[in-house]
Design a protein around this ligand. Structure first.
Ligand code: SD4
Length: 375
């Protein structure tokens, strides 16, 4: 089947496949009006099929794809990603609807994935009810709330702060580290001083509720970091904006009643978060020590690079933890989320009750993750 294509209607020919692929990218203006509805339907079917394969060999004109008004169709075959209609897209750990909605709104208004993940994570940092992130996070064994956060952009830049006291929006401090310093990580007092120098205000992060919980814990003071299998709020968020750029962020107060100075996976590149804009991104939650020992988020992105789907990659990363000889994983949880460049997502955890929020095709849904430990 052939269409006539040109600026007005018209003087160059290409295959139906090409016209559909191009019309998806640059709108319907090249298709004759009378065929618009019919072709929209065909385009949808085509896109569905194409996005299942991820890559398609199509004939394209680089001029057309750039949106240039000088339209020339060159007989040139290139491998190009078939764009899927799912942008923008946001995925985040746990039941974090407001954070995801905030990120999604930024993307729907044409904002960047980087702004989306930063602003989305800030919602949870400010949510005092969340006991493992930001203000209201449970303290370490000495009663100090210390926060960890990191952020990565689509260029592969990374910034992180570790063990920071008195500053609520550590994800934004991490972004400042990434953008305004020659370093990638700042820790403890140095990070706090840097934050203050950038205009962040010091405040007490220990809420009455968290103080009460800590005082109750002190009665037994069982010296064992607690990892609650069912109830977390540490947020790892991945977003893809309208341009297809992927960014991610992760922010936490870490394990409740941890040793002073303990750092988990959340602020560590490749542990709690990894982004490679060519491939996709991944983020982790749960017992950070186990995530770090398997470099979980980096592993997932590398598995996707080798051709695994986000779901398969998350499952294999959980497998690397639970299949260690003699590993007793009954009392800890790890959960992963991932997305790839085609807009496919995945999630998997060791135990039941890990969930994630997904914003896709205009809908923000909390979804229960599949899991390994099914008695
Ligand atoms: C940590 N991964 O510090 C974090 C904790 C977490 O929900 O995710 N809690 O190990």
């Amino acid at each position: 089947m052939k269409f006539k294509l040109s600026k007005n209607g018209r003087d160059c020919e290409e295959s139906f496949l090409l016209s559909v692929a191009i019309s998806f990218r640059i709108g319907d203006c090249f298709l004759p009006d009378t065929n618009k509805i019919k072709n929209k339907m065909k385009r949808r079917n085509f896109i569905k099929k194409a996005s299942a394969t991820g890559l398609g060999l199509v004939a394209v004109s680089s001029t057309i794809l750039s949106g240039d008004s000088e339209l020339k169709v060159l007989d040139k075959k290139v491998d190009m990603p078939i764009l899927s209609p799912i942008r923008p897209l946001v995925i985040a750990t746990w039941n974090t609807p407001l954070a995801v909605e905030t990120a999604a709104k930024i993307l729907q208004n044409g904002g960047s994935a980087l702004d989306a993940v930063e602003q989305g994570c800030r919602v949870e940092e400010a949510n005092e009810k969340g006991q493992s992130v930001g203000k209201g996070g449970l303290p370490d064994r000495d009663g100090d709330v210390t926060l960890d956060a990191c952020i990565m952009n689509s260029k592969g830049d990374y910034g992180a702060v570790l063990g920071v006291k008195n500053i609520m929006h550590v994800v934004s401090v991490a972004r400042k580290v990434m953008e305004d310093t020659p370093h990638v990580m700042l820790v403890a007092e140095g990070a706090e001083q840097f934050a203050v120098s950038k205009g962040f205000e010091r405040e007490d992060l220990l809420t009455e509720a968290a103080k009460k919980a800590w005082e109750e814990w002190k009665v037994t003071s069982e010296y064992k970091p607690i990892i609650n299998i069912e109830n977390h709020d540490t947020i790892g968020m991945l977003a893809m904006d309208a341009k297809g750029a992927i960014s991610g962020a992760c922010t936490t107060s870490g394990l409740a009643y941890k040793m002073a100075g303990r750092i988990g996976d959340s602020p560590i590149i490749g542990g709690g978060l990894f982004i490679d804009n060519e491939i996709g991104g991944a983020s982790a939650t749960g017992l950070g020590e186990e995530v770090l020992k398997t470099v979980g988020s980096f592993l997932i992105v590398e598995l996707m690079r080798q051709g695994k789907s986000p779901q398969e990659a998350c499952e294999e990363a959980i497998g690397r933890i639970v299949n260690k000889p003699g590993k007793d994983f009954k009392n800890f949880q790890v959960g992963y989320i991932a997305l790839n460049k085609q807009g496919e997502t995945g999630a998997y955890s060791i135990h039941e009750w890990f969930s994630y929020n997904l914003f896709k095709e205009g809908e923000n849904t909390n979804i229960k993750s599949d899991y390994f430990s099914k008695a």
